[in-house]
Design a protein around this ligand. Sequence first.
Ligand SMILES: Cc1cc2nc3c(=O)[nH]c(=O)nc-3n(C[C@H](O)[C@H](O)[C@H](O)COP(=O)(O)O)c2cc1C
Length: 365
Amino acid sequence: MAPNLGVLFTGLHFENPFLLASAPPTESDGHILRAFEAGWGGLVTKTIGLHPVVNVAGARTNFNRTDAEGGVSMRKRLGTVLHSSWNWELISDKTLDWWVPRLGKIKRAFPDKILVCSIMAGAGSDRELDHWQTLARACQDEGADALELNLSCPHMDRQDMGSNIGQDAQLTSVVTQAVKRVARVPVWVKLTPNTTAIVPEAGATFRSGADAVSSSNTFTSLPLIDPDTLAFELHVDGFVSYGGLGGPAILPLSLAKVAELTHAFADKEFSGIGGIATFAHALNYFLLGCGTVQVCTAAMLDHAVGPNVIKDLLRGMTAFLERHADKGWSGLADFRGLRRGRVVAHSQIRRPDKTEYHGGHDAAG
Ligand SMILES: Cc1cc2nc3c(=O)[nH]c(=O)nc-3n(C[C@H](O)[C@H](O)[C@H](O)COP(=O)(O)O)c2cc1C
């Protein structure tokens, strides 16, 4: 019997635990329909907002590559491998009115796939909180199966938007509560990794009724400076602003954030994101306790919606379950969280002689 890749996450049945993350692969109905055809179990739309969006007058995304000498650069060279994506793209530049009929069309075409709508507004006024509710209602009325609140975009000028909300436990709580007041579908909250401690913000959002936390969005970063021209490798008129790093470079960074979260809230649900291109990568998130995972950079580089990436993920999970069938494993529930308990305080790691180290304190007299 073929292994069952289906999962139950925030009360929703996914045919497999692999989603496209909110980003260019989910920026239009055309992309989304192609993605579902390719086999993704669900996806999160590009973030939808109510304010006009105009992107920079230049490339919004580029890719850092590493060469055999360890050099990292966006410059095109032979014999390099992907290091990371770097972007300063804003949320969807299409209006809510543009999205609404298309969401309904997508759901009618793929009623069994999970369509999550990513939404964003501000937090600084009642009007902004109303915006969250307008967006939430519009998306769920068109059949969205869940909402994902974008509290994590790292390049917002407004102090009450994006990762500026996700860095503030109180604002995180206010926004979650506002959406939960009108939501009839599960509410996921995408928190920013650009914070010293992610657990307080996650606690605030869970106490306010969030059904899951998604982590990570991109990490705040800059393009490198070309040593010959002294220009940033990506710029507009010589100027640059803070943007977000994704792809292979952030896999270990995001795993640390996720481990903090799944330790602190063992009974809660998490969607893992960051640097996933293969099942081996996704497995890290599952073993730390995530119930679904999301992919962006790898899909962008694979025919825009990742048809080969999803095939590989499905093949990888099937082969993994077949390999472990002798343990009685038949699905994700059998190995989810299996390595969460192996991440411990530094002082709990064995020393050659346990009497030598006292967790950074003096030895007892
Ligand atoms: C060009 C680009 C645009 C993105 N836009 C959004 C967005 O609108 N909303 C959002 O929540 N995340 C956005 N993201 C973040 C991704 O959803 C994802 O969290 C991040 O890229 C890490 O995953 P990865 O390592 O697979 O790329 C964007 C990422 C990229 C590269």
